[in-house]
Design a protein around this ligand. Structure first.
Ligand SMILES: C[S@@+](CC[C@H](N)C(=O)[O-])C[C@H]1O[C@@H](n2cnc3c(N)ncnc32)[C@H](O)[C@@H]1O
Length: 252
């Protein structure tokens, strides 16, 4: 699995974008004290941390299939309950949360509809199920510049545009199909500055996620070619990465 990696590698690769996205997401959801929340596909805890800050650690449960990420949540966020599981099979009771959120996860689910139906099952009546996924289709993901260079050199590259949730309207449709009502959709944007090209590039070499594992699969000469083309495209830095995610929420 491309997420069976060191949590610190994930932090550098995607956490740099998903931490500020988590703040935008929680603001959009209006997370407020007294609520109980579940973070599905928590990774090492970008959204979990925001939820724990706003609700108290004891009111937050995090689920992820990656053992190192579950371990990171236990180390970093004592008081949060961390469970190793997948969205499609949540070992949790029906209707046990006010908010169930999956940030940047639907595109990795084996069966997105089954996964979102599970998210709805564990949400109380009147509670909220919420999803977000980067806009890969519109090339507005934080990985889009890298993926366009990689695809230019390696046409078979998975640039994530065909993954569920990566296109406008897909997340809302998925929530409706899973049985949610009063579905609302939005876009959430973050801006992250990498001081130098190396700061921007190095995390791609850590083998994280589809982008990192596809780079790792190339030989050294080809990897260097990707790096050179990225540098030609982006310059020496600072590099401002503006990234936008589709977001959708629905009521159980
Ligand atoms: C891009 S990361 C997002 C992590 C975190 N939510 C964040 O915002 O940084 C995708 C996460 O989804 C998890 N994942 C992959 N397949 C999953 C599934 N079927 N159910 C739940 N989580 C899954 C991965 O282990 C990984 O932690």
């Amino acid at each position: 699995m491309s997420f069976h990696v060191a949590p610190t590698a994930y932090d550098r690769f995607m956490g740099r974008y998903s931490r500020p996205l988590a703040v935008e997401f929680a603001d959009w959801l209006g997370v407020s004290p007294g609520e109980r929340a579940l973070d599905v596909g928590s990774g090492p805890g970008a959204l979990t941390e925001v939820l724990a800050d706003r609700l108290g650690a004891a009111s937050v449960v995090a689920v992820d299939p990656s053992e190192p990420f579950v371990g990171a949540i236990r180390d970093r966020l004592p008081g949060v309950t961390a469970i190793q599981a997948s969205a499609e099979y949540l070992p949790l009771d029906d209707e046990s949360f006010d908010i169930v959120a999956a940030q940047l996860v639907v595109q990795f689910m084996t069966d997105p509809l089954a996964g979102v139906a599970e998210l709805r099952r564990v949400t109380r009546a009147g509670g909220v199920v919420a999803l977000n996924v980067w806009d890969f289709e519109g090339a507005r993901s934080p990985l889009s510049a890298f993926l366009s260079v990689l695809k230019g050199l390696e046409p078979d590259t998975d640039d994530e545009t065909d993954r569920t949730g990566a296109r406008r309207g897909q997340l809302g449709a998925l929530l409706r199909e899973a049985g949610c009502r009063d579905v609302e959709e939005s876009e959430l944007s973050v801006i992250v500055t990498s001081p130098t090209f190396e700061d921007w590039w190095d995390p791609y070499t850590l083998g994280v996620g589809p982008a990192g594992s596809q780079l790792a699969a190339l030989d050294a000469e080809r990897r260097n070619e990707v790096r050179t083309r990225c540098r030609e495209l982006l310059g020496d830095g600072p590099i401002d990465t503006v990234a936008t995610a589709w977001a959708a929420r629905g009521v159980r």
